[in-house]
Design a protein around this ligand. Structure first.
Ligand SMILES: NC(=O)c1ccc[n+]([C@@H]2O[C@H](COP(=O)([O-])OP(=O)(O)OC[C@H]3O[C@@H](n4cnc5c(N)ncnc54)[C@H](OP(=O)(O)O)[C@@H]3O)[C@@H](O)[C@H]2O)c1
Length: 272
């Protein structure tokens, strides 16, 4: 198990030119291999980058999966630009805390949802509008947004169409995968694309009814994108928010805590 890590390079394979023994790196490991919950892991050279010098190992390990997902969704799929308005439901969690900051860094206006437990955090990270999802329904408060980055799926995704203007775009990481997910993100053929076409039909029809596009993103490992994130962290434009740190021996407890769905920022495992 384990999608992401930070650590010190112990050995480099033949042909590796970017890293050498002793380098401090962080990475989102190959999604077909995983294995980051361990003292040693194998990482593809193209999936790693040098850790930001200002971060310790737990903070660096908290970056790759969530921050890459946020960056790739907002920059590459939603093409978010200065002055646009983006709705990011669920902003207080692992992906959300990075997404709010990256969207603000791109010059966008950001609305998010959080409970009273997460309100101060998402405001500090730059959210312009915060709706308390335990008391208010966001679809009654927001309208005319250019795009949405859905982190929750389910009932939230089912209700967010009316928040957007016609022609708006929705990218979800928690809803239903669709044919582009199969082809572009997973490199799979017509079989899986057809399956996802059927599975996402209701979601895509709802989007089309509102004149919107819908895309389910499965993020990809990228050392180049990680290096971009490292420079944002070094420039103090991106803060890493950690909720709790567990020793590796308590990985089960850490996963159970994460599964409560109430983490504020990231949950990290340490080796010592
Ligand atoms: N497709 C991909 O490539 C990809 C990549 C990474 C993650 N994911 C998925 O993306 C989802 C989000 O990941 P994550 O790591 O950000 O999750 P997370 O850290 O577990 O999110 C927890 C946060 O969500 C908030 N929350 C829960 N229910 C909410 C609601 N109804 N409205 C608003 N906020 C709510 C919680 O706030 P309160 O405690 O205040 O309720 C908590 O702060 C997960 O399903 C994950 O599996 C997908």
């Amino acid at each position: 198990m384990g999608n992401e890590l930070s650590g010190v390079v112990e050995a480099a394979g033949p042909g590796v030119s970017s890293f050498a023994m002793g380098d401090r790196v962080f990475a989102r490991v190959d999604k077909d291999v995983m294995g980051a919950f361990a003292e040693y892991a194998v990482v593809d050279e193209d999936h790693a980058a040098r850790m930001p010098a200002s971060l310790d190992f737990p903070s660096a390990a908290a970056v790759p999966l969530a921050a890459l997902t946020a960056l790739q969704a907002l920059r590459d799929e939603l093409h978010l630009s200065a002055g646009q308005r983006v709705f990011i439901p669920g902003g207080a969690g692992g992906v959300g805390t990075f997404a709010i900051q990256i969207a603000k860094g791109l010059g966008a206006h950001v609305a998010t949802t959080a409970s009273p437990r997460g309100e101060a955090l998402v405001k500090r990270l730059g959210a312009d509008v915060v709706i308390d999802y335990t008391r208010e329904r966001f679809e009654y408060k927001l309208s005319g947004y250019d795009c949405a980055f859905d982190l929750l799926g389910g009932d939230t995704l089912a209700r967010l169409w009316s928040v957007l203007r016609p022609g708006g775009r929705v990218v979800s990481i928690a809803g239903m995968p669709e044919p582009v997910t199969a082809r572009k993100d997973l490199g799979r053929g017509i079989g899986l694309a057809a399956l996802f076409w059927v599975a996402s039909l209701t979601t895509r029809l709802r989007a089309a009814r509102h004149g919107l596009s819908y895309r389910y993103l499965f993020m990809h490992s990228s050392g180049a994108d990680l290096a971009d994130l490292a420079s944002r962290i070094e420039a103090k434009k991106l803060e890493v928010v950690i909720d709790r740190v567990f020793p590796l021996a308590e990985a089960k407890e850490a996963m159970a805590y994460l599964e409560t769905g109430h983490a504020k920022g990231k949950v990290v495992l340490t080796m010592s």
